[in-house]
Each structure stands twice: as C-alpha cells, then as structure tokens.
Design a protein around this ligand. Sequence first.
Ligand code: NAD
Length: 435
Amino acid sequence: MNICVIGTGYVGLVTGVVFSDLGNDVVCVDKLSAKIDGLNKGVMPIYEPGLEEMVARNVADGRLQFSTDLEAAVTKAEVVFIAVGTPPREDGSTDLSYVEDAAKGVARALNSYKVIVNKSTVPVGTGDFVRQVIMTNRRRAVDFDVVSNPEFLREGSAITDTLVPDRIVIGAPNRVVAMRLLELYAPLERPMIITDVASAEMIKYASNAFLATKISFANAVANICEEAGADVTQVVKGMGLDSRIGAAFLSAGLGYGGSCFPKDTRSLLHTAQTFGYDFPLLKATIETNEEQPRRFIRKIHDALGGDDLKGLTVGVLGLAFKPNTDDMREAKSLDVITDLLACGATVKAYDPIAIENTRSVFPHITYGANAYEVAAGADALVVVTEWNEFKTLNFERLASIMNRRLILDGRNIYDPETVRRNGFEYHSIGRVTLA
Ligand code: NAD
C-alpha cells in the first residue's frame, strides 16, 4: 500500500518505518526541514532503540522516504496518517491547530479516494472535525473517509510496541473502511478491535487516564505507608499479584510525567467538564500526581536541613521523564532541579541519554559523564529516573567520594537495608526512612 505519514515525531516516524518494514511504500512528511534533512542523512531526531537500523534498512530498500512536500506525498497515498503533536492548552483542552493544518494540507492535495487516519491522540469528536476541515478545504469533489486509530506505543520501546501491540483499535464509519486498515495491520497478527470513531477516540483517553490513576493510587497508598510504617513496595507487590489488579503501573515514585499522561488526563477532564461531568476521580489522580514531587522536594529540604541550600551540592541521577528515552517533557527532574537552584544549591546532573535535551533548559548546571562524577563531593544524591545503570551502583565507592552519605531515592530502586549497611542515610517513597 502507498502510505503517507504526516509528522515524524515518536509516533509518526515509528509508525512510518514499521509500515515500510512490513512491505508498504511510505513517505514520512514533516514541516521541519531540519528534521527531514537529518533523516535523509540517517540522523534520527529522537532516541529509540532499534530505530536507526530499521530506518536505514528500509531507506536502502527504497520503501521509506522523508520529505517536506506534503502535497506530493498525499497525492500518491491511499492511506494518510495524521501523527502530529496535540499539545495541551492552558485550560487543559487540546490544541488541535497542528491537526487542523495537516487536514488542510490533505484537503488541498486530495486527488482520489483516500482513508485519512487520526493517529494523534485527539479528543472525542475530532474525527468529525477533521472530516469538516477537509470538506471545507478540498479543491475537488473527491470522496474520503476519516478513521481513528489511536496509538499506544511507549517511548523507549516504541518499535517493539508497534510490532507487537496489545491491541489495535480501529474506529471507522463503516466496515468497508475498517477493512482497509485491518489489511494494513494484518501481518502483525495482533488482536484488533473495530469500533465507531468516537469510541476509538475515547478508548485512548480512558486507557491513559486509567493507567495514570493506577500510578496515583500507588502514590497515595505510599503516602499512608510512610506514616503507618508499612513498605509500599511490598504492598503493591501483594496487590499486583492479584490478576484482577496486575502489577503494571502500580509503582510508587515521583509520579507520571512525559508527553502523554499529564496532557491526556487534563484533556479528558476538560472534555468531561464540557459535557457537564466533573470527573472527581480523575481530578484526584491529577492532584495526587502534582503533589508527589512537592512531597519529595520537602524530603530533600528536610534531609539537608531547611530551605536555604546555599553552599550545598546535590547530585541528580536521571533527567528524562522515564528510562530509555531522551524525552524531557513534564520530567520530574525539571521540578527537582528548578527547586534546588531556587534554594541556592549547586546541581550536578547525569542521565545516560537526556543530557543534551536538559542542557537547553538548564545550561548552567554541571553535567557529569556518569553517576560517580555527579556524586563526587555531593552533599546528597537524588535519584529521579530509574535507569538500570543506577540500580547497581557501588555504595562503597559512593561513600568514599561523597561529601555526605545521603541518598534520596524518588523511584525506590534500592533496598533500604543495603544502603544503610553502607553507612548512608536513605529516604525513599512510601517506606520507612533508615538512618
Ligand atoms: P512529536 O512532537 O514528537 O512529533 C510531532 C511532529 O509533527 C513534529 O515533528 C512536528 O514538526 C510535526 N508536525 C506538526 N504539524 C505538522 C504539519 N502540519 N505537517 C507536517 N508535520 C507536522 O509528537 P509525538 O510524541 O510523536 O506525538 C504525536 C501524537 O501522538 C500526539 O497526539 C501524542 O499525544 C500521540 N502519542 C504520543 C505517544 C508518545 O509516546 N510520544 C504515544 C501515543 C500517542
């Protein structure tokens, strides 16, 4: 099939390369010429395991192209995916201007029947909106259909998630249109669900809001555990083994960040409210998540002796919003570092991949080449992102190079007893503090 994917971010680029790998002819379009120039030279705009190799293979085989020419790409496509950003507005609603621009571009190029697929995460009703934009802006009276095919990939495992998704959701106006997409996804041999367009749009938001709620629930339980002398890691383990509950997304920590959960929960809340429903459960999920880094920052202050951190050096381990990505959107490191700097601390930070992206936000802090460089001379070491390489640090070595043996672990990656045995004061989330 001839496919055009509009937007070469995490979703568009990965979708495009996977469809080309399945034997389709794909043109990935972006309005940023620097991104397209880079891709044409083999330079990936994002870090994603396995992406570079898969792009190189499919470009070499002639099935994958990158272009800024939306009109040419749409003209020859049978299926057009819209995978542009849908950022949040101040009031929590979704900014659909990129989707609208993309839809206008499709409308202008419409030369034959095409299936237009909304892959971006968009509020319920956007399928109708896109249909209307295309109807209004098309130059020829050519027929088309709009389908919702929300994306569930996770950054850091985007290729695998796209090749082996738990399910493929296709929201189509009728079965004939749905079959076009079924055909495209058939080689993956994964479960597919066909719904109407509005239901598919809701599935995406309801799923993300539910996962976010699991995380906030674990964090709320952690906050009680701290007071009650229980250990949240044992509690969620005991809960997660119940097959009705499941262990995924049930870890206590600094809360969820990234480009999806924060904006999607706020967007669903906004949608609910526009329909007159206040959604108190989702409100609590969002509030709990916003409170979680504030509680952790208070712990840092308490451990370091107050709000004036002048003269103290804090090492920050992990900057990306989660491991295996360089994405800094709504990363908890931003809250933590902003506070430390405001209170006068000297910050040294390290992340295996996200340093370059962080440098644009915090150009004046010191970046280390590894965890030990950051720990050297520090008065506290703060774990913000649970990269695997932080889980096996040598505590004896840390003890010998730090100014003070203090670890604040925002992701519960260490065994409290082990850390304490090495002479550290250790604070984590939802577990008794060992000094
Ligand atoms: P992104 O910001 O990484 O990429 C979007 C790309 O679209 C950018 O390169 C931008 O230049 C391009 N673009 C915007 N308008 C354009 C236009 N008119 N023509 C051509 N290109 C245009 O975004 P992303 O993370 O890939 O997310 C895209 C959508 O997928 C969002 O709705 C997001 O919520 C959703 N989503 C993201 C993830 C994720 O993990 N990142 C997962 C599932 C769903």
